[in-house]
Design a protein around this ligand. Sequence first.
Ligand code: NDP
Length: 394
Amino acid sequence: MATVLIIGAGGVGRVVTHKCVMNSETFTKIVLASRRLESCKAIADELPVGAVAIEQVNADSVEETAALIKKVKADIVINVALPYQDLSIMDACTLTGVDYLDTANYEHPDEAKFEYKEQWGRDAAFKQAGIMGLLGSGFDPGATNVFCAYAQKHYFDEIHTIDILDCNAGDHGYPFATNFNPEINLREVSAKGRYWEEGEWIETDPMQIHMSWDYPEIGPKESYLLYHEEMESLVKHIKGLKRIRFFMTFGESYLTHMKCLENVGMLGIEPVEHQGQKIVPIEFLRTLLPDPASLGPRTKGKTNIGIVAEGLKDGKKRKVYIYQVKDHEACYAEVKSQGVSYTTGVPAMIGAKLMLEKKWYEKGVWNMEQFDPDPFMDEMNAQGLPWKVQELDA
Ligand code: NDP
């Protein structure tokens, strides 16, 4: 018997809500809350009458969020609003003594910079409140962290290098659109690249380092080195690591549009004066671009996200590729959402399920790779994200 409060009725929130309803033996009461009640209603209307209760909340307010947590008597909060709300929702959980989970690390709205510092900084408060916080329970971060822990547990004595490889080969038919929140997506992609080697972070120009990778069930795709948040926790938790990098695929059309928008200032996060009004260019751009949720019925093709780890087992070199392939149209048929939201929302539900079942439970603030990967990997197979392991030539 557990009540889950899902905050954020966007693309990922839709998937989490559908998946919690499919796991109603664990999530016996489901409440979906968001800034706008109509976003919640649109999702609740897709599900059987009475399966989901809806509420309005401004999660930027700790007090308002805490009041809602108390009102619905939540046992766990799944935060799938925006990374800007992470700290206020975490503080509301501390105030009310309720467990917390999210899928993206805190980003300050005015700084275009994301890091775990402030969330990790809440570890003592979580321990004192007797609650658990699970950070980054999406796909990347999320499943990719678990893949690293699984490789560590079953395939290596020591992992020396990890490449995280994220390919979305979906085609939505628009010249330019983003698969999740455009503001978050474009801020991430247009930022400088960064990877970690021999204890140091090495910065690159945006898109400076790239390679072609042959993604199973998709084929070769140009993949670009980006900074991605799971690296910050993995360098702390994977022993013996010497290098970690993150690569994501982008099509030519996406990159050309993004460069052009950047050159004319449309990715700016500082307000500009326009006819007596202040507007933030990237927020205005978000208004112009297709809503990621509307891409669902139009997107064809597959995603493939995985990790390649190299290291030593019994004194011998070893190279292992763990990956998951998902078909966009299959996702839409199941939960009315495209693959990027699906592959994020399912791990969020799985993380919450393991916490409620106490299979993953420890007071304080944790990253995914700190827990036993096996129950999570089993749930991925059972909940629509089957994965594969391939041995590569070391
Ligand atoms: P959307 O923009 O589609 O949805 C975000 C939702 O949050 C919206 O419905 C919005 O509300 C709601 N929201 C925004 N501000 C507030 C607020 N102050 N109070 C309450 N609700 C608010 O984003 P996505 O669903 O694509 O992404 C959700 C999260 O998942 C993001 O943090 C994103 O970074 C993360 N993500 C993680 C991935 C991973 O693999 N780890 C991959 C993809 C995304 P409303 O509609 O009511 O206005």
